[in-house]
Design a protein around this ligand. Structure first.
Ligand code: GLA
Length: 714
C-alpha cells in the first residue's frame, strides 16, 4: 500500500487496499495515465503506451491519455489548464521534470519548454479508504504575470465508450434525486455558477459500466471546493471517455504574479468492486475522517429547531415554552432559528443587524439561554452572516458593502443582497459581531445559512486584474472566517445550510460539523432526499427533523412513527410545534428519541447500506452496522391489497454467526448471518405509511433469555 516507483523511474503506482492507479512518463516526457482498477502486483507487466496520430486533424496530443492536459499545440479536447502569458502566447507545452516521493505523497513536476512555469501534480494515497487525493499547483517562476482561464483539479481517462454516469439532480426543497445516464458522444457538463454548490447537482462522479447497488466496478471522484464547480464528461471518437472536475472557469480569470503560485482545490477519487453502495461507504468514511477535528469523534446531539413552529415570530416567552416541552422529550440542544434579531418580522428586513430585537427579547438573549441551560440543554442560534437586507441599519450605513456593478441595479433575491466579503472591513465586522455573540452568551451551536445565489458579481474594491477572482475569494474568505471563529470558540458546533442543501460538499464538511440537507421536511420526500445525500456524504452530517403533519410545505399527512423513523436516519432533530402535541404524540416522540440515543453511534458512524429505495419500489430500507451491531429501518409507502410482506436481504454479517433480531428492546428471532443475507427476513408492514426499526446483534446469553417474547413482524 502507498506508492511504488518502477526501476526505470517511468511508472508510478498509487495503491490502496484493493486498488491501484498507475501513471507513466512516455519516451517524449508526457505524463500519461496507464491503469486504474483492481490491485496490480508487478509494475514490470506494463508496457509504456505508444500513441500515434490518426490524421492531420487528429494528432497524437489529442489522443493520448494525459494525466494533466494543458491547452496547447494540436489539442482540442477539454484541457485541465488554459493559461496566457504577458507576450500574448496562449499555449502551454509541458514536459516531465522529475518527481518527489515522501511517505504517501507523490509529486510530479512538469515544466513548460520555454516559459518559467512549473506545474506540480500532487497525489496523496489514503490506502484504508482506497482513495487518492490530488491537487495541482502552478508555480510562476517567470518575471511576468500568468493569467489562468480554466484550471481543473482532476482529470481521468478511461478506455471505452460504454460508461454510465451517476449524480443527483434537484432544486430547492427537492434535492438529491439520483440519476444514472449513459455517456453519449460529445460533452456533458454539470456545474454551478451560483457562487455555492447549489441544489441542482453535486460536484462528484460515479462511473460504471454495469454496476449494481452492491456489486460491480465503480470509479468515483469528488471535489473539495465550496464555490462554483464544473464537471465535464467527454466521450471522444477514439473510444475514450474523459472526465475533468474542478472550480468553474466560467467568468473566472486568475492572475498569478511573478514568483507566486496558485493551488487548485483537491479532488478525492477511488475505485471499488462493491457497487454504488461501496463507493458511498468509501466516501462516507473518508468524509468522517475529514470533518473538523474538535467534534469529529463526538455524536451529534438531538436538537430542536424553532423554524417550522414559529417561523419569524420567535419571542423569549414562546421559545421558553417550547424549550420546556423539548427538554421533556429528551432534546439536548435548543436552536432558535430565523426571526430573533433586530426588525426581523419577515424576510424583507433585518439581515446584517445581528443583535436581538428588543420587542421580542426585551432583556436580550440571556434569559432564554439561562432557561434552556436550566433544562439541561445547550443553546444554538441561526445566522446568515454573508447577507444584508437593504432594509437594515447595516445597509443604510454601508450601502457600498455589497457586490455589484457601478451602472447596474442589484437583483434582489429573497429581498437580500450579498456582502462583499473581499473587503477587509466587512470581514472585520462579521468577525466582531459573531465573536461578540459567542463571547458574551453561552451559545454552543450556530446554524450558518446562505439563502440566495450570486448576481452582478462585481467587487470594485479589487484591482481590475483580480475582479474575476471573486467567485474563488468569496468562498475562501467565508471559510477562513468560520475557521477563525472555530479556533476562538472551539466548543461551538456549526451547521451549514443554504436554503437547505445548497452548500453540501467536501470542502464545507471540513468547516461545518453537520448540514441541513433540505427545507423539505415531508418524511416521504425526505427518504429520497436522504438517499441522494447518502451517495457521497457522511450520515453523521445529515440532519433531519420530525415535523408536523400535515407537512408545512407539501400538506401531506404522515403518521408520527414514520416521521420519527425518517428523522432518525441521520442526526435526529425535532421541528414540530410542540404546543400542538397530544400526550400520545409526546410519548411516541420521547420513546423514539430515547431509542435513537441508544443506537445513534451505529447510525452516525457505521457502515451504511441502501437496501431498497422508495423511488424504485413501494418500500424503502436502510441498514447501519458498526462493531457487529446493526440498526435497520424499513418504510412502506402506500396500501397494497395483496402485498403486505416484503423480503429484505441484509448485508455485512458473518455467515455462521447467530444473530438476535431485536424489536423494541425484545429479541424477536435468532438467525444465522447467511440466512439474513441470502434468504432475508420477511417484514410485515401494513397500511399507508407503515414503518419499523429493529436492531441486530450477535447472540449473547443475556439477551437470549428474552427469545420467547416473539413479535409478529417476522
Ligand atoms: C432557510 C433555511 C431554513 C430556515 C430559513 C430561515 O430557508 O434553509 O431552514 O432557517 O432559511 O429563514
Amino acid at each position: 500500500m502507498g506508492i511504488r516507483v518502477r526501476k526505470d523511474n517511468r511508472v508510478f503506482s498509487l495503491d490502496g487496499k484493493n486498488s491501484s492507479y498507475l501513471l507513466c512518463i512516455d519516451k517524449q516526457g508526457h505524463l500519461l495515465h496507464l491503469y486504474w482498477g483492481g490491485r496490480i502486483s508487478n509494475l514490470e507487466d506494463f508496457d509504456l503506451p505508444f500513441v500515434k496520430g490518426i490524421s492531420t486533424f487528429e494528432a497524437k496530443e489529442d489522443i493520448m491519455a494525459e494525466e494533466f492536459t494543458p491547452w496547447g499545440q494540436l489539442r482540442f479536447k477539454e484541457p485541465s489548464l488554459k493559461a496566457g502569458f504577458l507576450d500574448g502566447t496562449r499555449d502551454l507545452d509541458l514536459v516531465f521534470d522529475g518527481y518527489r516521493e515522501e511517505g504517501e505523497v507523490l509529486s510530479i513536476s512538469l515544466t513548460d519548454s520555454f516559459y518559467q512555469v512549473k506545474i506540480q501534480i500532487v497525489y496523496q494515497v489514503f490506502a484504508e479508504f482506497d482513495v487518492i487525493k490530488r491537487y495541482v499547483i502552478l508555480n510562476n517562476l517567470d518575471d511576468h504575470e500568468i493569467r489562468i482561464q480554466s484550471f481543473y483539479s482532476g482529470e481521468w481517462n478511461f478506455l471505452g465508450s460504454d460508461f454510465y454516469f451517476t449524480n443527483v439532480q434537484g432544486t430547492w426543497a427537492n434535492e438529491g434525486n439520483r440519476f444514472r445516464q449513459k455517456i453519449l458522444p460529445g460533452k456533458n457538463v454539470i456545474e454551478s455558477r451560483r457562487g455555492i454548490t447549489a441544489h441542482n447537482h453535486s460536484p462528484y462522479f460515479m462511473l460504471d459500466r454495469d454496476a449494481k447497488e452492491h456489486s460491480g466496478e465503480v470509479y468515483f471522484g469528488i471535489l473539495a471546493h465550496s464555490g462554483n464547480f464544473k464537471l465535464t464528461i467527454e466521450q471522444k471518437p477514439y473510444d475514450q471517455t474523459r472526465l475533468l472536475l474542478g472550480m468553474n472557469g466560467f467568468d473566472t480569470e486568475i492572475s498569478v504574479s511573478p514568483e507566486a503560485s496558485f493551488e487548485t482545490p483537491p479532488v478525492y477519487f477511488g475505485y471499488t468492486v462493491a457497487g454504488f453502495n461501496g463507493a458511498s461507504n468509501s466516501l462516507n468514511q473518508l468524509g468522517l475522517h475529514l470533518l473538523p477535528e474538535k467534534h469529529r469523534e463526538t455524536v451529534r446531539p438531538v436538537l430542536y429547531n424553532s423554524w417550522e413552529a414559529a417561523r419569524f415570530n420567535v419571542t423569549c416567552d414562546n421559545q421558553a415554552v417550547l424549550a420546556e416541552k423539548a427538554a421533556q422529550l429528551g432534546v439536548e440542544l435548543f436552536v432558535v432559528d430565523d426571526g430573533w434579531f433586530k426588525n426581523r418580522n419577515n424576510s424583507s428586513a433585518g439581515l446584517g443587524d445581528w443583535y436581538p430585537d428588543e420587542s421580542k427579547f426585551p432583556e436580550g438573549l440571556d434569559p432564554l439561554i439561562k432557561k434552556v441551560k436550566s433544562l439541561d440543554m445547550k443553546f444554538g442560534l441561526w445566522l446568515e452572516p454573508e447577507m444584508v437586507n437593504p432594509d437594515s441599519y447595516l445597509y443604510r450605513m454601508h450601502p457600498d458593502w455589497v457586490y455589484g456593478f457601478e451602472n447596474r441595479k442589484h437583483s434582489l433575491s429573497r429581498k437580500q443582497l450579498i456582502l462583499n466579503i473581499t473587503k477587509q472591513e466587512v470581514r472585520n465586522y462579521l468577525f466582531f459581531v459573531i465573536d461578540q455573540l459567542l463571547t458574551k452568551h453561552d451559545i454552543s451551536f450556530i446554524k450558518w445559512d446562505m439563502n440566495r445565489p450570486f448576481s452582478e458579481p462585481g467587487a470594485l474594491n479589487l484591482p481590475k486584474e483580480n475582479q474575476q477572482e471573486i467567485w474563488m475569494l468569496h468562498n475562501r474568505h467565508v471559510l477562513a472566517l468560520i475557521k477563525e471563529l472555530r479556533d476562538k470558540h472551539p466548543h461551538v458546533l456549526w451547521e451549514g445550510c443554504a436554503s437547505g442543501g445548497g452548500r453540501v460538499n467536501f470542502e464545507a464538511l471540513q468547516y461545518f460539523d453537520q448540514f441541513w440537507p433540505s427545507d423539505n421536511t415531508d418524511a416521504l420526500d425526505r427518504l429520497s432526499i436522504q438517499h441522494g445525500y447518502s451517495l457521497a456524504y457522511p450520515i453523521k452530517t445529515m440532519v433531519s427533523w420530525v415535523t408536523d403533519s400535515p407537512n408545512m410545505y407539501t400538506k401531506r399527512e404522515i403518521p408520527l412513527k414514520f416521521r420519527c423513523h425518517a428523522a432518525m436516519m441521520g442526526a435526529m432533530g425535532i421541528g414540530c410545534n410542540l404546543n400542538k402535541l397530544t400526550a400520545e404524540d409526546s410519548e411516541i416522540l420521547s420513546q423514539n428519541i430515547a431509542f435513537y440515543k441508544k443506537v445513534r453511534t451505529i447510525i452516525q458512524e457505521g457502515c451504511f447500506y441502501r437496501l431498497s429505495s422508495i423511488t424504485e419500489s413501494g418500500y424503502h430500507a436502510v441498514q447501519y452496522t458498526k462493531d457487529q451491531r446493526s440498526v435497520i429501518f424499513a418504510f412502506k409507502r402506500g396500501v397494497s391489497r395483496h402485498k403486505k410482506n416484503f423480503q429484505l436481504k441484509l448485508k455485512g454479517f458473518k455467515p455462521e454467526t447467530r444473530y438476535c433480531i431485536s424489536l423494541q428492546g425484545k429479541v424477536a428471532a435468532i438467525k444465522s448471518g447467511d440466512y439474513l443475507m441470502n434468504a432475508g427476513i420477511s417484514l410485515h408492514l401494513e397500511g399507508e405509511y407503515d414503518s419499523c426499526v429493529f436492531e441486530i446483534f450477535p447472540k449473547m446469553g443475556e439477551l437470549y433469555k428474552n427469545k420467547k417474547s416473539k413479535i409478529n413482524l417476522f
